[in-house]
Design a protein around this ligand. Structure first.
Ligand SMILES: Nc1ncnc2c1ncn2[C@@H]1O[C@H](COP(=O)(O)OP(=O)(O)OP(=O)(O)O)[C@@H](O)[C@H]1O
Ligand SMILES: [Mg+2]
Length: 865
C-alpha cells in the first residue's frame, strides 16, 4: 500500500565512502558524525528521516488520499470516467450521475476493504519482524531492524542475521556465513582489527559485516555504516525478503483474467457492430457496450483475493500462526507433502543427558567433564545438546582453565573444537558426531588415562557401541581430545586430526506423542510427511517406531552424496527418512520433490534449515527459530506444534475455495447474463437494458458478492489439497453460462409474447430476473453438495438477500423510475419467480454433475529448474 515517494525528496546517501572497511573504526565513526557508543534517541529519529528506513525497498508511506487517487489510473475506471464525461457532455444527466456513483462506490469499496485487510496483515507481519539489539541513548534495546540508521551500534551473536552493512568494532571468535554474497559456503572468521592491506571488495573485508549474512558463532559489535538500499545486498535485491516467485494460483488467476478480457473485447465489438448495423443511436450503443464490459469484468477479484487471504491470515493469527506473505496461503492449500525436521517437531526438545560412557562402555565422569568444558566455552548457537550437558550434574566441580581459541560448530563438520589451557598445558577438546570423530581419532584413552592405538577391531567395537545407543533411541555425541604443543594460542580445522577418543555422551529426547496424531490427520487430508534430519538413521528410525509411524525407505547423506539429481529424483518418492543430511542436501531433497510435481512445505528452525526453507514452496518456521530460518520462512508458528501446520493447511484450502467461488460465479452466472444481453441486441427492437440499468445491475451484483471472503467452506473442499485447474473453470463456464442464457431467453419470450411488455417493462422485468438469478445462485454454487445441508455464513446470506431484495423493490421506488424502470404487475413477478426457480433447479443438477467429474486435484505438472 506504499509506493516510492511521489515527487518527494529522495533519501540521502550515507556519509561514508563505499569502501568504508578500509577506514579505522574511529575514522568511520567520525565520517558518520557518531561516536562508538551508539546514538541518542532524537539523533536516531532525525537520521531515520534523512537516510530512510533500513529495508531494501525503502518505501515512503504514501498518504491514503494519494493511494485512493491512484486507483483511478485503472483502465476500467478510466473507461467509466470517459463514459460519464460523454454522458455529461450530451446532457444524459441520469447516466452521468449513475456512472459516477458506480465509479465512486466501487473504487471506495475496493479501497477501504483492501486497506483494512492489508494493514491488519501488516501488523501481524511486524509482530514477527526481525529485531536487532541496538544501543540507543545509552541503553541496549531490542529494536525492529528496519529502524536502524547509519551510526547505530548493534550487538551480534550466533544465529543472528546481520541487519545492515557496517564495521566490526568488537569481535570474539566471530564466524559469519557470507554465502549469499560470495557463494562461499564455509563460515569466515571476522576480526575487529583494521585491515593490514586495503580490501578491494566486501569479500576480503574481514572487519565488516553485511546485511543478509549470518553469524554462525561468536559475538561481536557492529557500527552500522550503510542501511537499506545503500547496503550491498539492498543494491542488488530491490525488495529483500519479499519472495518474488508467483504461486500457481496467482498464475491461474491471471490466465482467468486474460480469458475474461478476451471475451469482453469480443462481446463489446459484437455489440457495437450490431447496433451500428441496426442504426441505433451511437452514444447509447457506446454506453451500452461500455456497461457490458463493466458488467463482465470481475472487478472485485483483487479485493476478494486480498480480503479472503487477509481474513484467513487473521483467523490463523488467533490460532498462533503468522502468515508473513499472503499468497503463501495459496501454496498451503495446495501443499501435498510436508518435510520436517526432527528435534522439537517430533520430539519434545527436552534433551537430557542419559549417560556418559568411556570407550569400554563403562560410566565415566571424565567423558562428561570434557564434554562440559567444550559446551561451556563454545560460542556457537546454543544447541539443546549443549544445554543438556551444562544442565547435568557436575561430578568434578569447577575445573580451572582458560579458553584460547575455538573452531565453532557447523553442519558440514558436525563438531566443535575448543582449545584450552589447563595447568599450563594446551589441549584441544573436540565434541561431535561419533562417525566423524572416530574417523579423526587414531588412539583411544583407557581407564588408566593412557592412550592406546585405535585398531580396526576397536574401531568396529566403538562403532557398534554407538549404533547400539542409537537403536535404543539415544542421540550420542563423541568426545575426543589431543594435547597441543605449547606456544600457539590459535587453532584451525587442520588440527582436528590424530585425536584421542575418550567416549560417548548419550541423550534422551522424549518423542512427542501428539505429533503422531497430527501426522495421521495430515495423511487423512492427503498431506504426506517426510523427515529430513541431520541426525543419524538409527535414532530417527527408533523415534518413528515409538511414534507408531510406518516409514518406507531411508536414505543417508553419504548415500545421497553419490546420487545424481536424476537418480535422486527416482528415489525420493519411496523414501520417507532422510538422515545425516547437510543443509545443502536438505535443499536437494526439497528440490527433487518439487520436481516430482509435489507442492512441498518445509518445517525447520535451525540455521541448517534456512536454505531448504527458501527452496520449498512454503517455508514454515517457529518463533524461537534462528533469525535466518525465520527470515526464510513464509509462515511462523508461535508454538512449536505440528497441529498449527494442520490448521494452516486447512485455512489455505478454505481461502482457495472462497476465491474459487467468486471466480466460478463470475464465469457462470455473470458471464451468462452479459452474454444473453449481447445476444438480445440481435433481435430486439430496443436495447435489452439501458446502460445505466446494466451498471446498477452490476453494482448490486458486486454488493451480493461482498460476503464471499467470509463464507463457510464444505468439508469436502477441505479434505484434500486444492490446486488451480483452469480446465475445470472453463468447463464450469461453458456449462453454466449457457444454462443461464437458456433461462434468459425464456424470460425474453415470456416478457415479449406472454406479457406483451413494452420497452420499459421489458427492461425492468429483465433487470429483476437477471438480478434474482445472478445473486441467489451463489447459494448453490458456493457448495459442492446440497445447498440446504451446507448453509452460507451469515455475512454472505445477508449480502445476497439484501442485493436480491433491493433488485425486486427498485422498480417501485423513485430511484427506479429515475433510471427508467416501471413497477411490474404481480403476475409478471410471479412468472419471473417461476423462471428463477427453474433456473436454480437446472444449475443445481449441472453443478453436481460437474463436481462429480472434477476428479482429483489438478494435473501434476513436471516443473523445470
Ligand atoms: N552442540 C553440538 N556439539 C557437537 N556436535 C553437535 C552439536 N549439535 C549437533 N551436533 C552434531 O551434528 C548433528 C546434526 O545436528 P542436528 O541433529 O541438530 O541436525 P538437525 O538437522 O537440525 O536435526 P533435527 O532434524 O533433529 O533438527 C548431530 O546429530 C550431532 O552429531
Ligand atoms: Mg534442527
Amino acid at each position: 500500500m506504499t509506493s516510492p515517494g511521489w515527487g518527494r525528496r529522495p533519501f540521502e546517501k550515507p556519509p561514508v565512502p563505499e569502501d568504508y572497511w578500509n577506514l579505522a573504526p574511529e575514522r568511520a565513526a567520525e565520517a558518520l558524525s557518531a561516536g562508538l557508543t551508539g546514538l541518542s534517541v532524537s539523533e536516531a529519529a532525525a537520521r531515520l528521516a534523512r537516510y530512510g528506513p533500513n529495508d531494501a525497498a525503502q518505501r515512503r508511506h504514501t498518504p491514503l488520499w494519494l493511494q485512493f487517487l491512484a486507483r483511478f489510473k485503472n483502465p476500467l475506471v478510466l473507461i467509466l470516467l470517459v463514459a460519464s464525461a460523454a454522458s455529461a457532455a450530451t446532457g444524459e444527466i441520469t447516466s452521468f450521475v449513475v456512472i459516477t456513483a458506480v465509479i465512486l462506490l466501487s473504487v471506495t469499496l475496493d479501497f477501504v476493504q483492501e486497506v483494512r485487510a492489508e494493514s491488519a496483515v501488516e501488523a501481524l507481519r511486524r509482530s514477527v519482524a526481525l529485531t536487532a539489539r541496538t544501543c540507543r541513548g545509552g541503553n541496549w534495546i531490542e529494536l525492529s531492524a528496519d529502524q536502524l540508521v547509519p551510526g547505530d551500534l548493534v550487538e551480534l551473536k550466533a544465529g543472528d542475521l546481520i541487519p545492515a552493512d557496517g564495521l566490526l568494532i568488537k569481535a570474539r571468535d566471530l564466524f559469519i556465513t557470507q554465502a549469499i554474497l560470495t557463494g562461499e559456503p564455509y563460515p569466515v572468521e571476522k576480526h575487529a582489527a583494521p585491515l593490514k592491506a586495503p580490501a578491494a571488495g566486501p569479500a576480503e573485508a574481514d572487519n565488516a559485516g553485511f546485511l543478509g549474512t549470518s553469524v554462525v558463532s561468536g559475538v561481536g559489535q557492529l557500527l552500522i555504516c550503510r542501511t537499506g538500499r545503500a547496503t550491498i545486498l539492498g543494491g542488488v535485491a530491490k525488495a529483500l525478503g519479499e519472495r518474488a516467485p508467483v504461486t500457481a494460483f496467482e498464475t491461474g488467476i491471471r490466465h482467468f483474467g486474460l480469458l475474461i478480457m478476451r471475451l469482453t473485447a469480443l462481446l463489446v465489438l459484437f455489440v457495437l457492430l450490431v447496433n451500428g448495423l441496426m442504426g441505433r443511436p451511437l452514444l447509447e450503443s457506446f454506453l451500452f457496450a461500455i456497461a457490458l464490459a463493466v458488467g463482465l469484468t470481475p472487478e472485485l477479484l483483487p479485493m476478494v483475493t486480498t480480503v479472503t487471504l487477509a481474513h484467513g491470515a487473521l483467523r490463523l493469527a488467533k490460532r498462533r500462526v503468522i502468515v508473513k506473505h499472503l499468497p503463501a496461503l495459496h501454496n498451503l492449500g495446495a501443499m501435498d507433502l510436508l518435510c520436517t525436521d526432527k528435534t522439537g517437531t517430533l520430539t519434545e526438545a527436552q534433551v537430557k543427558v542419559d549417560r556418559a560412557i568411556d570407550a569400554e562402555g563403562q560410566p565415566s565422569d571424565r567423558v562428561l567433564e570434557l564434554a562440559r568444558l567444550n559446551s561451556q566455552f563454545c560460542t556457537g548457537v546454543r544447541s539443546p545438546l549443549d544445554s543438556a550437558i551444562l544442565a547435568s550434574p557436575d561430578p568434578s566441580g569447577a575445573v580451572i582453565c582458560t579458553k584460547l581459541d575455538e573452531v565453532p560448530f557447523d553442519f558440514e563438520r558436525r563438531r566443535v573444537s575448543i582449545l584450552i589451557e589447563r595447568e599450563g598445558r594446551a589441549q584441544l577438546l573436540v565434541k561431535g558426531a561419533p562417525e566423524n570423530l572416530l574417523r579423526l581419532s587414531n588412539r583411544v584413552e583407557g581407564k588408566d588415562g593412557a592412550a592406546r592405538p585405535l585398531d580396526a577391531a576397536l574401531r568396529a567395537q566403538l562403532t557398534q557401541a554407538f549404533e547400539k545407543l542409537s537403536q535404543e533411541g539415544l542421540r550420542a555425541l563423541a568426545v575426543a581430545y589431543k594435547p597441543m604443543p605449547a606456544g600457539p594460542r590459535a587453532m584451525a580445522i587442520a588440527d582436528e586430526s590424530d585425536l584421542i577418543f575418550v567416549g560417548f555422551v548419550a541423550f534422551i529426547d522424549p518423542p512427542k506423542q501428539e505429533a503422531a496424531v497430527v501426522i495421521r490427520e495430515l495423511a487423512d487430508s492427503q498431506v504426506g510427511i517426510k523427515i529430513l534430519t541431520g541426525d543419524n538413521e538409527h535414532v530417527t528410525q527408533h523415534l518413528c517406531q515409538s511414534l507408531g509411524l510406518d516409514v518406507r525407505g531411508t536414505l543417508t547423506g553419504d548415500e545421497l552424496a553419490k546420487l545424481t539429481d536424476e537418480a535422486l529424483f527416482s528415489r525420493v518418492a519411496d523414501t520417507d527418512l532422510f538422515c545425516r543430511l547437510t543443509p545443502q542436501q536438505k535443499t536437494r531433497v526439497v528440490l527433487a520433490l518439487r520436481r516430482a510435481g509435489h507442492v512441498v512445505g518445509f518445517l525447520g528452525d535451525g540455521i541448517n534449515d534456512a536454505p531448504a526453507l527458501h527452496a520449498a514452496d512454503i517455508g514454515i518456521s517457529v518463533d524461537s527459530a534462528a533469525d535466518v530460518a525465520k527470515e526464510a520462512a513464509d509462515l511462523i508458528l508461535l508454538d512449536h506444534d505440528l497441529e498449527l501446520v494442520r490448521a494452516a493447511v486447512e485455512e489455505g484450502r478454505r481461502s482457495f475455495e472462497n476465491i474459487l467461488k467468486y471466480i466460478l460465479m463470475g464465469t457462470s452466472s455473470n458471464f451468462g447474463n452479459m452474454f444473453s444481453m449481447a445476444g438480445a441486441t440481435l433481435f430486439l427492437p430496443f436495447l435489452p437494458m439501458l446502460p445505466v440499468q446494466v451498471l446498477v445491475n452490476n453494482l448490486l451484483y458486486d454488493l451480493s458478492e461482498l460476503g464471499i471472503p467470509f463464507d463457510r467452506v464444505d468439508r469436502a473442499a477441505l479434505a484434500r489439497p486444492q490446486r488451480w485447474d483452469m480446465r475445470f473453470v472453463q468447463r464450469f463456464m461453458w456449462t453454466l453460462g449457457p444454462v443461464s442464457s437458456v433461462f434468459d431467453f425464456l424470460t425474453f419470450f415470456t416478457l415479449l409474447y406472454l406479457f406483451k411488455a413494452g420497452e420499459a417493462e421489458f427492461q425492468t422485468g429483465w433487470f429483476v430476473e437477471s438480478m434474482l438469478t445472478q445473486t441467489m445462485v451463489v447459494l448453490l454454487i458456493r457448495t459442492r453438495g446440497n445447498p440446504f445441508a451446507n448453509l452460507p455464513d451469515r455475512v454472505l446470506a445477508a449480502t445476497v438477500f439484501v442485493a436480491a431484495g433491493l433488485a425486486v423493490l427498485l422498480p417501485y421506488t423513485g430511484l427506479g423510475r429515475w433510471i427508467g424502470m416501471v413497477p411490474l404487475p404481480l403476475p409478471l413477478l410471479a412468472a419471473i419467480a417461476g423462471l428463477a426457480a427453474g433456473y436454480f433447479l437446472l444449475v443445481e443438477i449441472a453443478k453436481r454433475i460437474l463436481w462429480r467429474h472434477a476428479g482429483a486435484p489438478g494435473p501434476r505438472l513436471q516443473r523445470r529448474f
